[in-house]
Design a protein around this ligand. Structure first.
Ligand SMILES: *[C@@H]1O[C@H](CO)[C@@H](O)[C@H](O)[C@H]1NC(C)=O
Ligand SMILES: *[C@@H]1O[C@H](CO)[C@@H](O)[C@H](O)[C@H]1NC(C)=O
Ligand SMILES: *[C@@H]1O[C@H](CO)[C@@H](O)[C@H](O)[C@H]1NC(C)=O
Length: 500
């Protein structure tokens, strides 16, 4: 969740710009090894042991296996829940899977990841929209607004090195595209084994740097379907992506850092005039340098230098303002570096650090110990590879053109991945509905009698703001967030029945 913050913290560190050679072996399909008659799916999740892992492989993915156990008691209590690892040779990704509170046999499946890069999805689970929320060091509370209200949902710690995910020999994944291979393989294996979910509508969702991850992950799942079909397997029914307060596109976002703190956009200007004027003068130079070094040509050293210049121009003054970068309607509670301005994040880490809890969940001994919600190492690695500089709107446009619906939702008070930058990006996405989308006016959308925010929609693309929410929308506005997800899954128009 602390995308820019990570980069800004990173700028304090000195690290080599030399890109580390990837230690990863390409993980391609092995059709030659795949013989459908040799494969028998595990079928029934509820027959899994609660005490130890059951290990599942698949002949089409010889380098992968899934370890799963039941973990029913710890969070929701009313639904089947599972935890486990996706094993990719020496790399191991941890995940939670909760069944729907309504109709697990028919409801859609949601995949959720938090951002960072390097932050654990336990933040999404225990602070935002999980079946339970951590409310004390040893306490969770049932969350009536959990997104498993009528969907089956995954929370995944990715890439390796994040949360309870680990690698045996210290390998790291350093780009979103590398991470996407692991994710798409995992999803194929999961659906092949648990046949009751096969063909089920599948939605990939994420927050913050998830705005970079999710479009690439979804593209990998979409492209993988060709191979699945060739191998006689069932394609994944990728239906939509949902991006919450996404930092998907740095070029769209950069100028809005100025606007959000110096113009009355979501809140009155928070910086003094002298600083804002200084910033406004630097902004065109920053944009020009980003354009030249990161877009027109991609030169890693120049692009990185451009980013550093922009950071100091439009981001640095904010850090001494005392405001919460995830919610500029508030001052920071505590400190950004210690708790991201949300003391509950420390409580969550303590909760997840308890040995008893880790054992019950099946956390591998290699990943046991004090839990840290974000990995600096992963953040640095992604930054070193300039992963943030990728033109993500290309993925989003390609998904839209192939019929995958896209929801961009944004808490209106966030600064770090703010709504204005997301709106700017939404206009820049090149797809067959671009003209139509860009000509729509924003209109209000409601939950019951309450105005929840503003929305705009055309074809498969929807954009929505949420009033009274910062970066972590379900934390601030749980009721609006769940209503939004329910409307989205049901393919209802947010603004339906409401005249603009
Ligand atoms: C939490 O539980 C542990 C034992 O599991 C106990 O030692 C500790 O005091 C408890 N902490 C709080 C704040 O209740
Ligand atoms: C994919 O999911 C949608 C929405 O539930 C459904 O209408 C469609 O039939 C599914 N497609 C396949 C191939 O199962
Ligand atoms: C884990 O955290 C506890 C409490 O904050 C601390 O006393 C302990 O030294 C930490 N352990 C490790 C291995 O860092």
């Amino acid at each position: 969740m602390d995308v820019k913050l990570g980069l800004s913290v990173l700028s304090l560190l000195s690290f080599s710009f030399l890109a580390k050679a990837s230690s990863q072996v390409p993980l391609e399909f092995r059709f030659d090894q795949y013989d459908a008659s040799l494969f028998s799916p595990y079928e029934d999740l509820s027959s899994l042991s609660a005490l130890e892992y059951t290990t599942l492989g698949h002949p089409a993915f010889p380098k992968y296996q899934v370890r799963l156990k039941q973990s029913k008691e710890f969070c929701d209590g009313t639904v089947n829940a599972y935890t486990g690892y996706i094993d990719i040779e020496a790399r191991h990704l941890f995940f939670y899977f909760f069944e729907s509170r309504s109709n697990p046999d028919q409801d859609d499946v949601i995949f959720w990841t938090n951002g960072g890069p390097g932050c654990s999805s336990s933040v999404g689970l225990f602070m935002e929209h999980g079946p339970c929320l951590v409310t004390g060091v040893n306490v969770t509370t049932f969350n009536p607004y959990g997104w498993n209200a009528n969907a089956n949902i995954f929370f995944i710690d990715q890439p390796i090195g994040v949360g309870f995910s680990y690698a045996e020999y210290g390998e790291y994944v350093s780009t979103t595209e590398e991470a996407a291979k692991d994710i798409s393989s995992f999803i194929a294996i999961f659906f092949e084994h648990f046949t009751k979910f096969k063909g089920r509508a599948f939605h990939m969702a994420g927050e913050s740097y998830g705005g970079r991850y999710i479009p690439a992950f979804a593209a990998a799942v979409y492209d993988q379907n060709v191979h699945l079909k060739q191998a006689g397997m069932t394609p994944i029914n990728l239906t939509s992506i949902m991006i919450g307060n996404g930092c998907s596109d740095d070029y769209s976002m950069t100028p809005t850092y100025y606007q959000m703190q110096c113009e009355p956009i979501s809140v009155p200007p928070i910086l003094d005039i002298a600083t804002c004027v200084q910033m406004k003068r630097m902004l065109p130079r920053c944009e020009k340098r980003l354009q030249e070094s990161c877009i027109d040509t991609f030169d890693t050293i120049d692009c990185d230098a451009a980013m550093n210049f922009c950071n100091s121009a439009v981001l640095d003054p904010f850090w001494s303002s005392g405001y919460n970068p995830y919610d500029i309607s508030k001052l920071c509670d505590g400190s950004v570096s210690d708790s991201l301005c949300y003391p509950i994040t420390k409580t969550i880490s303590s909760y997840l650090s308890r040995p008893h809890f880790q054992k019950a969940l099946g956390v591998d001994t290699a990943a046991q110990g004090n839990f840290s919600s974000c990995s600096d190492k992963v953040g640095i690695d992604f930054a070193t590879h300039l992963d943030w500089a990728f033109p993500t709107p290309f993925y989003i446009g390609a998904l839209l053109d192939r019929g995958v619906r896209v929801l961009l939702y944004v808490g209106a008070n966030d600064w770090i991945c703010n709504w204005l930058g997301n709106e700017r990006m939404s206009f820049a996405i090149e797809w067959n509905g671009q003209k139509d989308f860009n000509s729509q006016a924003l209109r209000e959308w409601k939950v019951g009698e309450d105005v929840a925010g503003l929305t705009r929609k055309a074809g498969g693309l929807s954009f929505a703001t949420i009033y009274g929410a910062g970066h972590m929308v379900p934390y601030d506005q749980p009721k609006f967030a769940l209503a939004m997800v329910q409307k989205w899954l049901a393919e209802e128009d947010f603004g339906a029945g409401f005249s603009p």
